[in-house]
Design a protein around this ligand. Structure first.
Ligand code: NAD
Length: 488
């Protein structure tokens, strides 16, 4: 272990360890990187910058802790995960304040639902693991039993948007299934994952079961994905990174699940409640559009395009760009100047190509903000239609009839989510089934039953998490066959 003194930062009134968490101990590592606050650009903390050696220590700690954690059984693990859920619920204010400073998600959403969803993830998986039964049956003169064995240390690599919640979404099923975890949080918002490490220890989760290695993707992330003792890898982030991690895990024959970006359609039919549809379309600018599930391609039936746009404009006019800690703010700043640059680049190229920028289209002079922007493409092949921007930029296209609507909806490489607005039950069923995406919401958005499968199609990901699908992923299934009558 490093001899350097443990390092902490004071963030939003909270003390946060900026070191790794390895085998239950804080480890400073050899170098540091800065994390900035999108609220005012200030340096929030100097965080440990993990290298291959730190990663190896963490994976070895997870490997050592795994047999005892697996042997605890579902009830023992569930008890600890429930305690962790309770601790998260009791610290919502602190966690929300730190995440708001580090990532600039709206404080009011963090307080009301995002942080407590982390607690729900642990509680849900505590229950699911206990209910997760082995199958038993007789055939061909034998007893058959399907046994589920915890796979071993799991690598969990997460993105900068909603870092706390997304890390718990993966960590909860891994731990519930009996795997141990090494988490590599994103370098642009690493702080609440560090707090999660403290809470896990406080909940009585044994040292080494849950480890956090901070650092840069190409360094700590790449070393973690490639480590030979890792038995499962679960990733949320961009498609390009997934290809790199997938190549590393494939070399070790390690199952890999990836939840990636999207270019999700929001379909509005003429028979829809247009007010609700327009308000929902305007909501896609919340958090500056840094939400993978956002419906960023507005596909509107041609006969109601003008009426829809009028209502959309009225809803967008209510947006307040500003400090995410303020109650009235609805659009927070972008995470990082480099990301702002990236978003601006998409819009600039769209303009240069002759796409029509109908609304917005410029960065603000103050802060890392980009105006809520609406673009009407001249071609469905345009980059602005086909590539994920991950910012406050929507496109609008008109369609005539169901066939064209579905063709447009399914015309990108992605398939993460779809939003559909219609008042017809038949259409909801037909279009809901025809849209190629991991999740389709009809007349609503972001409602999740944690037992339902979650994931993407095509460039939006591989594998499914949620419910038993995730427990299956973190387990090795074994068939045990015993000749009937041969044992007493
Ligand atoms: P990213 O791919 O740049 O980084 C994600 C994580 O991977 C980070 O922790 C990063 O450090 C790490 N990483 C980067 N390069 C690596 C490498 N070579 N090896 C191992 N790890 C590496 O993504 P991001 O910019 O942090 O997140 C935004 C993306 O995530 C968007 O595309 C968004 O749509 C997607 N996302 C998807 C979901 C979902 O559930 N489908 C949820 C949230 C975000």
């Amino acid at each position: 272990m490093s001899a350097a003194a443990a390092q902490f930062a004071r963030v939003a009134g909270q003390t946060v360890s900026t070191d790794h968490l390895i085998g239950g101990e804080r480890v400073a590592g050899r170098s540091r990187f800065e994390t900035l606050s999108p609220i005012d650009g200030s340096v929030l903390a100097e965080v440990a910058r993990g290298d291959a050696e730190d990663v190896a220590r963490a994976v070895e700690a997870a490997h050592r802790a795994w047999p005892a954690w697996a042997a605890l059984g579902p009830h023992g693990r569930a008890e600890r995960l429930r305690r962790l859920a309770d601790l998260i619920d009791s610290r919502v204010e602190e966690l929300a304040a730190v995440e708001c400073a580090d990532m600039a998600m709206l404080l009011r959403s963090l307080r009301a639902r995002v942080i407590s969803r982390g607690a729900r993830n642990f509680r849900a998986y505590a229950e699911l693991a206990v209910a997760y039964e082995e199958r038993d049956w007789r055939s061909n003169g034998t007893w058959n039993r399907v046994q589920r064995m915890a796979s071993g240390p799991a690598a969990v690599i997460t993105p900068w948007n909603a870092p706390f919640m997304l890390s718990t979404w993966k960590t909860a099923p891994a731990l519930a299934a009996g795997c141990t975890v090494v988490l590599k949080p994103a370098e642009w918002s690493p702080l609440t994952c560090s707090l999660l490490g403290d809470l896990a220890l406080e909940a009585g989760i044994e040292p080494g079961v849950f480890n956090v290695v901070q650092g840069i993707g190409e360094e700590a992330g790449a070393a973690l994905a490639a480590h030979p003792l890792i038995r499962r890898a679960s990733f949320t982030g961009s498609t390009g990174t997934a290809r790199r991690i997938g190549a590393a895990t494939a070399a070790n024959l390690v199952p890999f699940t990836a939840e990636l970006g999207g270019k999700n359609p929001l379909l509005v039919f003429a028979d829809a409640d247009l007010d609700a549809a327009a308000r929902m379309a305007a909501r896609q600018y919340d958090d500056s559009g840094q939400v993978c599930l956002s419906g960023t391609r507005l596909l509107v039936e041609a006969s109601v395009r003008e009426e829809f746009l009028e209502r959309f404009d009225a809803a967008v006019a209510e947006h307040v760009l500003g400090d995410p800690r303020r109650e009235e703010t609805t659009v927070s700043p972008l995470i990082h100047p480099l990301h702002l640059e990236r978003v601006a680049g998409f819009v600039e190229r769209a303009r240069d190509e002759g796409q029509r920028v109908l609304r917005g289209g410029r960065r603000l002079d103050d802060g890392w903000f980009f105006e809520p922007t609406l673009i009407e493409p001249t071609s469905n092949d345009a980059e602005i239609v086909q590539s994920e921007v991950f910012g406050p930029v929507l496109t609008i296209q008109a369609f005539a009839g169901e066939e064209e609507a579905v063709a447009l909806a399914n015309s990108t490489r992605y398939g993460l989510s779809g939003l559909l607005y219609t008042s017809s039950a038949g259409r909801a069923e037909r279009i809901g089934r025809a849209v190629r995406a991991g999740t389709v919401w009809v007349n609503t958005f972001l409602v999740r039953d944690l037992t339902a499968p979650f994931g993407g199609i095509g460039d939006s990901g591989i594998g499914r998490e949620g419910g038993d699908y995730a427990l299956d992923f973190y387990s090795d299934l074994k068939t045990l066959q015993i000749l009937e009558g041969s044992t007493r």
